[in-house]
Design a protein. Sequence first.
Length: 372
Amino acid sequence: MGYNGPMRAALWSERLHRAWQREPAPAWAGLLSVAALGYGILLRLRAGLYRLGVLRTRRLPCRVISVGNLTLGGTGKTPMVELLARELQAAGAPVVVLSRGYRRARTAEIQAVSDGQRLLLGPEEAGDEPSLLAARLPGVPVVVGAHRYRAGAWALERFRPAVLLLDDGFRHRTLAKDVEVLLVSAQAPWGRGGLFPRGSLREPARAAGRADLLVITHAEAPDPAIERVRAELRRWNPTAPCALARLEPEGILEVATGRRLPLAALDGRRLLAFAGIAAPDSFRATLRAAGLPVLDLLAFPDHHPYAPDDLRALAAQARALGAEGPITTEKDAVRLPRGSGLPVWALRVRLALGEGAGAWRDALRARLGLPR
C-alpha cells in the first residue's frame, strides 16, 4: 500500500540505515574506512589529552555510576539505568539520573525533567529516554544536560543525592566515575564490525577493559553466541564481574489513557508492531516472548518524532492487515502525538539480571561502600 509523505520519508531513512548496516560496495567501503581511520585518530588524540591533563576530569563529592555501551544503541541502557536506580533506592542511597537528553528541544543548558515528585518537562523538552525514566522512577529526580560535570554539580546542589547515575556515560570523561557499567548485546556485540562510520563501534572493543562491571544483554535464552561474547569480553577485561540480562514483559500500557493492563488483555489480538529504536528486531523477539506474535513490524529511525500523519498511516496499514491495533515500545509511546484518536498499546518491560547477578551486585555494593 502507499504511504504518506512524512511516513514514506521515515521509512526510507530506516531503509538507508539498514543499508548502511550491511556490507557496503567496495568503493563506499574504502571511503568509510578512511573516515573510520580519522575517527580512530581523534579518539586516541582525545584520550592522550586527558592523560596529559590538557583535558580535565573533575570529581564531585558523591558516588558516580556510568551506564554505557560500545556500539550505536540497541543494548538496553535505559532499562539498566532504571534497574540500578531502583536497587539504589531500595538500599537507601538517594540517587539522581543524569542524561544528555538526546534530540531534546533545549531551552536551557541544564534542566530537571522530574524532581522526584512531579514531571516538569515533556518528551520534546527532555528527550524520549529521560522522559520515560522520569515516568517510571517515582522518587528519583532526572536531570538533562550535555556536559556531565556541570549537570552533576547542578543536580548535587539541588537534590543532594548520594549517587549520580549517568545514562550513556561510558565515553564521557568530564566527570570522574566510581563505577563503569558496560553493556554488550548478545545479538550484535560489536554491531557492524569496525569503528564508525565504517562500522557501528563508538570505541574499539579493547575499550571494554575500562569497565568495572559487564552486562551481556538480550540473553533471553541459552545460546552459544553468549559464550562467544563472554570470551571476547574476557580477552579485554579478565577481572570485571559479568552478568547476563534479559528483558521481561511487565504488562501493557494503553497509551491514550495511561491505563496499565495485564498482558492477558491482548490475548488473541491481531497486532501491528512499530518501533523507532536502534534494534527493532529485538522488539519483535520481546513481543514473541510475551506471547504476543504480530502480523508485521514497521521500523522507523531511532528516536523518530512521530507526527499525526504517521499514526494515520499506521491505522491504514493495520486495517489493510486486519490488525486490531498497533503496539509499540514505551520509549516510542512518549513520542506519540496526543489526541490522535488511534488506540495504541505499548509493551511495558523491565531488565532482569540472571546468571552472575550475585557476584555482580556484591561488586557494585563494594565499590559504592554500601552494605551487602
